[in-house]
Design a protein around this ligand. Structure first.
Ligand SMILES: NC(=O)c1ccc[n+]([C@@H]2O[C@H](COP(=O)([O-])OP(=O)(O)OC[C@H]3O[C@@H](n4cnc5c(N)ncnc54)[C@H](O)[C@@H]3O)[C@@H](O)[C@H]2O)c1
Length: 315
């Protein structure tokens, strides 16, 4: 696998920082744009091959300057689901307008561009009535799903109007090493590990019977890299997930077992405005068929690896 010059937006975030680590041995140079609104610069691998810009993806001049060098764009920068509910304009500006600007500048200034990979989300399935949910389904109920789904559509527009080489991946509840609780919007897996480590009650919104499709970060990274290389993914949208549902209560039980903590407390809290999804599992058969991608890590294996990483950080 070989990449040339790559632009990673949102490279100081959870997935961006992990993607940069995977790209380092196979890319020539990596440009990173992140405004550090939720990201952490220290999570970006230190290397002469990385150039970091602390800036917004809505800075048109910056995009115009970088795009002529770039052969791959991995567009990961985003305002998350929680923020989108309290600041709809911020969500619109980054997730939709920012996505549109990147497409526009990649098209007009990206003379060497080979691929534009966009990380969308299983959030566009809302409270799906079809499980595991295929790519053809959608149910838009939150600003985040509206902006992410709209940007998918602009990707499709650029593909159909200009044969622009886009690939869209819909990710589902990614967890694993590289996710930091210092980011208050980090996922539930890290929040549970953190609460147990600190001897605090494990916070569960609702009654904990709601399910999610948890994907280990290495599996997600493999999908991102594969999809960015294979010509058959151009113009297509793929789910990335395991098709397995795990309830939040089951997740808490697994994490308690892995950490071997004898005493713990669970604190059930009322649902937040964003807690509208009761069940989630995504159907990734299309990705398995086109790229022979399979999730390699069971949830138990992924959680055990995550715990090893957490303990390693403390040592
Ligand atoms: N982590 C998951 O479980 C998950 C699930 C589904 C989809 N996704 C998608 O994957 C991508 C990466 O997710 P993540 O978990 O790493 O998120 P993250 O919040 O950890 O990272 C997002 C990064 O984008 C940066 N950012 C925000 N607004 C910006 C702007 N205007 N300009 C430049 N940078 C900006 C933030 O500072 C942050 O570092 C996102 O597009 C997200 O929608 C993630």
């Amino acid at each position: 696998m070989k990449f040339g010059n790559v632009l990673v937006t949102g490279g100081a975030g959870f997935l961006g920082s992990q993607l940069i680590k995977k790209l380092l041995p196979v890319a020539e140079h990596i440009y990173v744009i992140d405004d550090l609104s939720t990201g952490n610069r220290d999570t970006i691998a230190q290397s002469d091959k990385v150039t970091f810009y602390q800036d917004s993806i809505t800075n048109e001049k910056l995009l115009e300057d970088i795009m002529p060098q770039v052969e791959w764009v991995y567009h990961l920068a985003c305002r998350n689901l929680l923020l989108s509910a309290v600041d709809m304009k911020g969500d619109f500006t980054t997730n939709l307008y920012g996505g549109y600007l990147l497409l526009q500048k990649a098209k007009s200034h990206g003379t060497r561009l080979k691929r534009f990979v966009y990380t969308s989300t299983a959030s566009i399935y809302g409270n799906a009535q079809v499980l595991p949910t295929p790519e053809s389904y959608y149910q838009i109920t939150m600003p985040y799903s509206a902006s992410k789904f709209s940007t998918e559509h602009y990707c499709q527009v650029y593909y159909h109007m200009y044969q622009f080489p886009v690939t869209i991946l819909r990710l589902s509840n990614v967890y694993g090493p590289g996710q930091y609780v210092s980011n208050p919007y980090c996922g539930v897996v890290m929040k549970f590990f953190d609460a147990i480590q600190k001897g605090e009650p494990i916070p569960i919104y609702g009654d904990g019977t709601q399910t999610r499709d948890f994907t280990f970060v290495d599996d997600t990274m493999e999908a991102l890299l594969l999809a960015g290389q294979h010509p058959e993914t151009i113009g297509k949208v793929y789910n990335v997930g395991t098709a397995k549902e795990t309830s939040i209560n089951q997740l808490a039980e697994m994490i308690i077992k892995i950490t071997e903590h004898k005493t713990y407390q669970i604190q059930f809290q009322p649902n937040r405005i964003v807690d509208k999804v009761y069940r989630r599992a995504v159907d990734a058969v299309k990705l398995q068929h086109d790229l022979q991608w399979q999730p390699r890590f069971s949830l138990h294996e992924g959680l055990a690896k995550t715990y090893e990483w957490i303990k390693g950080k403390e040592a």
